[in-house]
Design a binder for this molecule. Structure first.
Ligand code: PMP
Ligand code: GLN
Length: 382
């Protein structure tokens, strides 16, 4: 949790976003949309505030949101969580991840994740006293090698943390990879925590929740968030679903992290989850077109693009430009050409950072005009 110089660290997202703001650069670093989600959902949050939904919500979440989450899991995936015992509303997926790791990991336990990994995983595993064991994901497909995966499990593995669609790579794990993870988790008695915040953002491939695989539901805690699905990342309404005893453990920790989560936003997100299938597929189609636009720009600038199957980000290799250190480049890029991006190495431990040292992550959840302008500015790199 400390920066290289020993000071208390700020996250890379804070660092690059402040740099982008200071230099006036186009921010393709932090993954947040630069346009708000549906106007009806905003109106519902306003109405909720006007009508007095401004005090603490029940700790486990408003009943209407818990029901909407359960119905959404049933409608899209055939899962049937009990809204009273198997659903918990959290302050973003971030709190669900934190509370789950604090609840399920004892000091000395091993927690397995894929690498590169979303930054909060490493920090929260450390705060829980766990030992973070990683399985590398490498370009171009960013899928785990079956032998490396099996070798990473041990009798100390308490949790395996899955994230598909994956941040930062955009990999979507196919069912056979997920089935391998389930079999290994079963063999080693590990709980699966599955971070599915990008569940609706896949491009030409289906999202398969790991909890739908045979033998998985009884050991899987699934986490998602309204941030990505409704383009309201600042509302911080997330949730976890899974076996009642796991939800009870996570809820126990959540009580002392935030107690409860933003009341007026919960009602609005509940309505969002009940929208027609069209809403969800159009969002993915729009993002797919943006992905392709940015990927074309990056290719034209001479970078090697690893086209993602899901999520908000394109990873691109700067080695063809004769640049070896993408971390140094990311710190210069805003001033150099007016575009901000995040180096993939920051999502890694030192060995993984060395493997990914020439990769940059660019967010494409931005307006088309911004992506076109970014592509034009990137051309200056070539
Ligand atoms: N997990 C992943 C993989 C993410 O990319 C993010 C945020 N972009 C989160 C969790 C956090 O989600 P939230 O904003 O709902 O806390
Ligand atoms: N998840 C977002 C990303 O990967 C950032 C969220 C944050 O700033 N913690 O860019």
């Amino acid at each position: 949790l400390l920066a290289d110089d020993g000071s208390l660290g700020v996250t890379i997202f804070e660092e690059i976003t402040s740099l982008a703001v200071r230099t006036g650069a186009l921010n393709l670093g932090q993954g947040f949309p630069d346009q708000d989600g549906p106007a009806e959902i905003k109106a519902l949050a306003r109405e909720a505030i006007q009508s007095g939904a401004n005090q603490y919500a029940p700790g486990k979440g408003l009943p209407e949101l818990r029901h909407a989450i359960a119905e959404h899991q049933q409608r899209f995936y055939g899962l049937q969580p009990d809204p009273d015992r198997e659903v918990l509303v959290t302050t973003g997926a971030t709190e669900a991840i934190a509370a789950a790791l604090l609840a399920l990991v004892s000091p000395g336990d091993e927690v397995l994740s894929f690498e590169p990994f979303y930054d909060s995983y490493g920090a929260m595993i450390a705060l829980a006293g766990g030992r973070h064991v990683t399985v590398p994901l490498a370009a171009p497909d960013f899928l785990p090698d079956a032998e490396a995966l099996a070798a990473a499990f041990s009798d100390r593995t308490a949790v395996v943390l899955v994230n598909s669609p994956h941040n930062p790579s955009g990999a979507v794990f196919p069912p056979e990879t997920l089935a391998r993870i389930v079999a290994l988790a079963e063999r080693h008695g590990a709980v699966i925590i599955s971070d599915e915040v990008y569940e609706h953002l896949t491009y030409g491939v289906p999202h398969v929740p790991i909890a739908t695989l045979p033998g998985a539901a009884e050991r899987t805690l699934t986490i998602s968030s309204g941030g990505k699905t409704f383009s309201f990342t600042g509302w911080k309404i997330g949730w976890a679903t899974g076996p009642a005893e796991v939800i009870a453990a996570v809820r126990t920790v959540k009580q002392f992290l935030s107690y409860s989560s933003g009341t007026p936003f919960q009602a609005a997100i509940a309505w969002g989850l009940r929208q027609e299938a069209d809403y969800f597929s159009s969002l993915a189609a729009e993002l797919q077109a943006k992905r392709d636009l940015l990927a074309d720009g990056l290719r034209a600038a001479g970078l090697t693009v690893h086209l993602p199957q899901g999520g908000y980000f394109v990873n691109a290799d700067v080695a063809p430009l004769g640049v070896g250190d993408a971390v140094a480049l990311a710190r210069q890029l805003p001033e150099l050409i007016g575009v901000a991006a995040i180096p993939v190495a920051v999502f890694c431990h030192p060995e993984g950072a060395a493997r990914n040292k020439s990769l940059l992550r660019f967010a494409f959840c931005k307006q088309e005009s911004v992506l076109r302008e970014a592509a034009a500015r990137l051309a200056a790199l070539g």
